[in-house]
Design a protein around this ligand. Structure first.
Ligand code: NAD
Length: 295
């Protein structure tokens, strides 16, 4: 069994990006600039946005955090989005989800300029991704693909079973793994909460991508020997013995599933850090694409 070490690979990717940024600086070019919009004070969102901003600093990107109060109106947020679209200094930005209930998430995502949509959530980018066109690929599935590529995991002709059909993980990874290319060319089954007898399907899987957010969901008796397991789940489990008052766990019974797996991602240290690295990669791509347009 080999651990797919997302922490290690994400650090490699960040180092590669840092080298490119240093070269941009040497040439006197503008460096990539990522902005993040956070509405309210959701604990997990604060953590995610904080680490995105810190990562930007480490690799030499410019970053801007726009932290708006919980009671920000939809109109005020849309105005902020319009300003970011119009600001030539910003190469890419994200609007951290979830948004407070009184704001229509879809309306906000549709307002983001697809050329700055480094989360890859805009329908233009999602559509282009599905059609094998140049786009921004959502960071989490992009990170999974990159992890599989860098470990040379053979996916061609394999049966990949995805659990979960969200727009940000399950659906896009099922599309990407079914496309042509490295870490792809798989035969994909997308499963979800209405799937009947999931176990009979996961038992046929050469690769399982679990993205549902239920701790200990994928157990050893649900997978075959040699399976490749990608655990996307991130759940905070309350635990007073921990400094933060919780611990983080994935969807997979790691202790037992890892005994049968050929490759497996840990949680934490698997898909999570890859997500941040690929957001930075998308921001670098955004800068390069804008530069080409400016020239
Ligand atoms: P979601 O929470 O929007 O949806 C969960 C999905 O799981 C749904 O499509 C549902 O149909 C499916 N599901 C629920 N119960 C099921 C069952 N019993 N059997 C089969 N399918 C079932 O999904 P999401 O936003 O993709 O998040 C999933 C998990 O991944 C969460 O824990 C989230 O925190 C985590 N996540 C991690 C990263 C990362 O960077 N590692 C990024 C995004 C999400």
């Amino acid at each position: 069994m080999e651990i797919l070490d997302g922490k290690k690979i994400s650090n490699q990717i960040k180092e590669e990006i840092a080298v490119e940024v240093a070269q941009m600086k040497e040439r006197g070019e503008k460096v990539p600039h990522l902005a993040a919009v956070l509405v309210g004070n959701d604990g997990a969102s604060l953590t995610y946005v904080g680490s995105k901003v810190r990562s930007c600093k480490k690799i030499g990107f410019e970053s801007t955090l726009i932290h708006l109060p919980e009671d920000t109106t939809e109109d005020a947020l849309l105005k902020q989005v319009a300003e970011l679209n119009a600001n030539p200094d910003i190469d890419g930005y994200i609007v951290q989800l979830p948004l407070p209930k009184h704001i229509d998430e879809e309306k906000v995502l549709l307002a983001v300029d697809p050329n700055k949509d480094v989360d890859g959530f805009h329908p233009t980018n999602f559509g282009k991704m599905a059609l094998d066109m140049e786009s921004f690929i959502p960071a989490t599935p992009f990170g999974i693909m990159e992890l599989l590529r860098r470990y040379d995991v053979d996916t061609s002709g394999k049966h990949a079973v995805v659990i979960g059909r969200s727009h940000i993980v399950g659906r896009p990874i099922s599309i990407l793994m079914s496309q042509k290319g490295k870490a792809a060319d798989a035969t994909v089954t997308l499963t979800h909460s209405r799937t009947k007898d999931l176990k009979s399907i996961t038992l046929q899987a050469d690769i399982v991508v679990s993205a549902l957010g239920v701790p200990n969901f994928l157990k050893a008796d649900m997978v075959k020997d040699g399976v490749v397991v990608i655990d996307v789940g991130i759940t905070r489990v309350p635990d007073e013995t921990k400094e933060k008052g919780y611990y983080i766990t994935g969807d997979v019974d790691f202790e037992n599933v890892s005994k049968k797996a050929s490759y497996i991602t840990p949680v934490p240290g698997g898909v999570g850090p890859m997500t941040i690295a690929m957001l930075l990669k998308n921001t670098l791509l955004a800068r390069e694409r804008h530069k080409t347009k400016e020239a």
